[in-house]
Design a protein around this ligand. Structure first.
Ligand SMILES: [Zn+2]
Length: 121
């Protein structure tokens, strides 16, 4: 496991994860599709918010279990707490700083049909 730093575009939100950079995914559920994000799963215990709690917006809908966070200033989706696996977070891998992600394969997840059409992740 390696430590990586992540941030939103404006830098208000900074976080750290301890993880292996693998299992990147993109998903076609209703929110992932519109975010167009590439994500990876990180255990909550391997995630640390370093700064920006006050700038973190929370978006919830439908069952209101998943917690989708984004920066109130620059609007960038940074990470979310998943609905499907408690204790596991999805992190926007493109928010990771100073790391080359170009060689890591991205898996396409059909979230739209795995779950209810409105709140797959
Ligand atoms: Zn920001």
């Amino acid at each position: 496991m390696t430590k990586y730093n992540g941030s939103c575009h404006c830098g208000a939100i900074k976080f750290e994860i301890e993880a292996e950079l693998t299992n990147f995914r993109t998903c076609n559920c209703s929110i992932c599709k519109k975010k167009n994000a590439v994500m990876m799963s990180v255990n909550e215990t391997d995630f640390k918010l370093l700064q920006g709690q006050e700038h973190l917006a929370l978006y919830q809908w439908n069952l209101k279990i998943a917690k989708h966070h984004f920066c109130k200033i620059c609007g960038i989706y940074t990470f979310h707490h998943t609905r499907s696996i408690p204790g596991v977070m999805g992190v926007n891998v493109n928010c990771l700083d100073d790391v080359d992600l170009s060689h890591i394969p991205i898996k396409y997840v059909d979230g739209a049909s795995l779950s209810s059409k409105t709140d797959a992740d």
